[in-house]
Design a protein around this ligand. Structure first.
Ligand code: GLU
Length: 417
């Protein structure tokens, strides 16, 4: 049998199977969830700057739309393949159902290396990809968003192309757009902010005063830097942060204001004078209350899990903890806010963006943040309840909440017998 830990699609299937079994649901629920309802592979022809034509391969997976239109990001990356996209769309089903968003899970991407493409080529690729999938997406069908190596500018080209095809402005097609064409306030910071809201809620349940906690953050991109800043703002002591060049440590706390300034001008954390250097690996093993892995996958593994001294691990990255490490942390009593909740702030504010597009009424940033907190707190309590009811990790509990909700929707819609 294939090693399921290596193939994301098999891993996602295994998680769904486990949830269906624990909930005691009929086999048909798993049979409907083990694969996307619809999966598209498309040829994306792009005229290169030298006049030649290159045909890229793109995908869009619509896993399950029982709860509403499918929703999820688009990535441009050399590793994009059919199984990865299928798995990512299944994880989006879990995120959307757990957060009670009226969506199913979707995901897409194009296999390409953006570093090898000019900006004009990326624009043509974005437009051609949208042409290729234009029949199967739409504000009430399937709503894309940014993901790895895609950004608001790319979303703008895509919504423009779709609007031209349709002959009408369709801002609700896609989320993560620039503010000026229907983006939402707070969308860029949403993932990091949501991560802190969810983690703070868990801390509360565990009797840890978040405002007095000691925090380490691995990764200083869009998620890690925002999370670190908000923790600091809430009164927590951020003792360590890192980016791909290495980390910084100061047992008395790092001045986040100064650090943000430094990062802006130097584009790296390396060389900042307000802290000592520390390796990315050592940062993970610091004696802190809260550790946020917000960089890459597979950072906490069977090799280092027993050295983790944090009380809470808040996953900002996708898959930073391997399944083996997850089991070790659970035995050690380390609580993990799983990625499906930890980084779901992004899709939650994407939902708010879509609501604003559909209603044409735009919210203030504080309105967005207030609602985001409500959604994160609600999802955390549903997950925590399942965790206590079945004695499973929070990650498994997240699947239980999601699968129960999707199964309920499929049942009332008459998809089950
Ligand atoms: N790509 C992000 C995710 O995986 C955001 C998806 C969205 O906003 O729809 O959650």
């Amino acid at each position: 049998m294939a090693d399921s830990s290596l193939n994301p699609y098999l891993r996602a299937q295994q998680s769904f199977r486990e949830a269906v079994d624990i909930l005691g649901l009929e086999a048909a629920v798993f049979d409907l969830l083990k694969q996307p309802m619809r999966f598209f592979e498309v040829a994306v022809p792009v005229v290169r700057d030298d006049g030649s034509l290159e045909v890229f391969t793109g995908y869009r997976s619509q896993h399950n739309d029982a709860l509403g239109p499918t929703k999820g990001g688009l990535r441009f990356h050399p590793n994009v393949d059919a199984d990865e996209v299928r798995a990512l769309s299944m994880w989006m089903t879990v995120k959307c159902a757990l957060l009670r968003l009226p969506y199913g899970g979707g995901k897409g991407g194009v296999r390409c290396d953006v570093d090898q493409l000019s900006e004009a080529e990326i624009e043509r690729l974005s437009r051609e990809y949208i042409r290729a999938i234009s029949l199967v997406i739409g504000p009430d069908k399937d709503i894309p968003a940014p993901d790895v190596s895609t950004n608001p500018q790319i979303m703008a080209w895509m919504v423009d192309e779709y609007s031209r095809i349709r002959g009408e402005n369709t801002f609700g097609l896609i989320t993560g757009k620039p503010l000026v064409i229907g983006g939402s306030r707070g969308r860029v910071e949403a993932t990091g902010r949501g991560l802190v809201f969810a983690t703070r809620q868990l801390a509360l349940a565990l009797g840890i005063d978040f405002s007095k906690s000691v925090v380490a953050v691995q990764g200083f991109g869009n998620v890690g830097s925002v999370a670190a800043e908000i923790c600091h703002h809430l009164g927590a002591t951020v003792v360590a942060v890192s980016d791909k060049d290495g980390g910084l440590y100061n047992s008395g706390g790092i001045d986040m204001g100064q650090l943000m300034e430094y990062k802006k001008t130097h584009r790296t954390l390396a060389g900042f004078s307000g802290a000592e250097p520390i390796s990315n690996q050592d940062l993970l093993e610091l004696p802190v209350d809260v550790l946020f892995p917000a960089a890459l996958e597979n950072q906490i593994t069977a090799d280092n899990a027993k050295n983790i001294r944090a009380r809470i691990v808040g996953e900002g990255a996708n898959g930073p903890t391997t399944p083996e490490a997850d089991a070790i942390l659970f035995e050690q009593g380390v609580m993990v806010v799983p990625d499906v909740l930890g980084n779901a702030g992004g899709v939650t504010v994407s939902y708010f963006e879509w609501v604003q597009n559909q209603t044409r009424l735009y919210w203030s940033e504080s309105e967005v943040n207030r609602r985001l907190e409500e959604y994160m707190v609600d999802a955390m309590s549903a997950m925590h309840e399942m965790h206590e009811r079945f004695g499973v990790t929070l990650r498994k509990a997240a699947y239980l909440v999601a699968v129960e909700r999707v199964a309920q929707a499929m049942r009332v819609r008459g998809w089950l017998r």
